[in-house]
Write a protein that binds this ligand. Structure first.
Ligand SMILES: [Zn+2]
Length: 497
């Protein structure tokens, strides 16, 4: 069996695990982080010292990665007793391009294995990046964009990166960074009460699109008109009874451009519930045909008739790095394309039908993505080894020797494996490997890697987080610009069969 969707599965030994990109039933997309949750007896949790992960592309088109995470980088969550209960986040850079990968996990105590699990074949489908131009509304003499709007927008863009079937990374549109799944620019604000409003907004998008050059061919796909609503009667800035949006095309001569207009912010007033991300997401969704008449959730017009997301218990929130269940008090996990978008940034997802429709519609965009400009980590030249990456030189006599030589702590210090990974410490009591640069514990860990003939190993050193796996990972990629490379022009089905 080839796994193609987020869900619960058994490995060949019958051990239960979950792989998810948010909601069970989502088509797996390449380059987007996954959570792997593995059932492990509660009584064994205390014994965990580290976890070895192997990510292997089955057609050999990519080198195999090894990742070692300390216990402190695992998500240990027993919200639902029915669920597997250790979670490992692996970022999309480990599986940047569509195709089949397999993942193996060894959960280790100090000197023995607690659990070994292999997922078997997991197939990722291609995706493309979504580029947005955000234009703030203003009303001269009444209101101007505030710092609060900017903060809301930055936060909401990160949330959109998690909600949409796009690859990892959220950042500004730039010729230097063309591998983020959501890329956006913030244009100049436009006065919605002036007759030149539409030219003010859409000439900015037009100008950007017309200025594309071969080396920087990016195009804006959707223009987002955004302002906060003023929901309190008597506010001198104005009065909006409700938040709202509009996905209709702008008037001529701009009707060829997509619009997602949103009056968002905090609603209800003083509730601390930000509703901007699901509101923008719904308007973008309409631009790509949601809610489709073919959807089981279709309400007969253009929305979903089912406010509650199916199976919220096993849904995972990658922004807050926790399960959606239990929900925030008074809220439930809402379907973005239903009225329940109003559950806010932290309590909404697309339903599984819409997720796959968006993915396949995005494939028609003139854009970068998983199979055009994939975000590989493999192509590291030895001269560019970062401190938290090892690349094994085949000419060294043994891999163990190489690993150990790679670790040169300062005089009197020793590398120790801690809850946060490798740390350079000054041992109070020298163990039997005194004067050695590594502790016994680290020696054992490296021996395990050597035994597995690991070529490329990522593990946290010092306080630097890994980009490839673990918790609290920076969500924006920078640099690593490849030329546009179209690698898989034909149908995608063949990848998964
Ligand atoms: Zn709508």
């Amino acid at each position: 069996m080839v796994i193609t969707q987020s869900g619960l599965y058994n490995d060949e030994r019958g051990q239960r695990f979950q792989v998810t990109q948010g909601l069970n039933g989502y088509t797996l997309v390449a380059g987007k982080q996954c959570l792997f949750r593995i059932r492990l007896d509660q009584t064994l949790l205390d014994e965990i010292e580290n976890i070895f992960i192997r990510v292997k592309r089955t057609d050999g088109a990519q080198r195999t990665y090894y990742i070692v995470l300390p216990k402190g980088q695992l998500i240990i969550d027993s919200a639902s007793p029915d669920d597997p209960n250790i979670g490992i986040i692996i970022r999309g850079v480990a599986f940047p391009r569509s195709g089949i990968y397999d993942f193996s996990f060894i959960v280790r105590a100090s000197d023995h294995d607690l659990l070994r699990l292999s997922t078997g074949q997991v197939c990722f489908f291609p995706t493309k990046d979504l580029l947005l131009n955000v234009v703030f509304g203003r009303h001269e003499g009444f209101f101007e964009p505030t710092i609060g709007w900017y903060v809301d927008l930055y936060t909401s863009m990160r949330r959109l990166g998690s909600m949409f079937p796009v690859r990892d990374g959220v950042g500004e549109i730039s010729p230097d960074s063309r591998q983020n799944g959501i890329r956006y620019m913030i244009g100049n604000p436009c006065d919605g009460w002036k007759p030149n409003y539409y030219s003010c907004v859409y000439d900015q998008t037009r100008q950007f699109n017309n200025s594309s050059v071969e080396s920087f061919p990016d195009q804006i796909h959707v223009t987002v008109e955004f302002r906060w609503g003023f929901y309190t009667p008597g506010d001198s800035a104005g009065y909006d009874p409700n938040p709202g949006g509009n996905a209709g095309r702008p008037p001529l001569p701009y009707s060829d451009l997509r619009r997602a207009s949103a009056v968002g912010g905090v609603f209800p007033p003083n509730s601390r519930r930000y509703i901007t991300a699901p509101l923008i997401a719904q308007e973008i969704g309409h631009n790509f045909g949601l809610e489709s008449p073919n959807s089981p959730h279709y309400d007969g017009e253009s929305h979903s008739e089912d406010p509650e997301i199916d199976d919220p218990y096993k849904a995972f929130d990658f922004v807050r790095e926790r399960a959606y269940y239990p929900p925030q008090p008074g809220l439930f996990l809402g379907d973005i394309m239903s009225w329940a978008w109003n559950q806010g940034n932290n309590s909404t997802l697309f339903n599984t039908y819409d997720w796959e429709q968006l993915r396949s519609e995005f494939m028609n965009l003139p854009s970068t993505g998983s199979d055009i400009n994939p975000n590989y980590l493999t192509e590291i030249e030895p001269s560019k080894i970062k401190v938290n990456e090892f690349l094994v030189e085949p000419q060294l006599s043994t891999k163990q020797e190489y690993y150990e030589k790679s670790l040169r702590p300062a005089e009197g210090y020793q590398w120790e494996w801690t809850l946060q990974g490798l740390q350079s410490i000054k041992p109070a009591v020298l163990d039997k490997r005194s004067n050695q640069p590594i502790s016994d514990r680290v020696h054992n860990l490296l021996a395990q890697l050597a035994k597995d003939k690991a070529d490329i190993v990522y593990l946290p050193i010092g306080n630097r987080p890994l980009t490839i796996a673990g918790k609290n990972i920076e969500d924006t990629y920078n640099g690593n610009v490849n030329n546009m490379r179209f690698e898989k022009p034909d149908g995608i089905e063949s990848w998964c069969s």
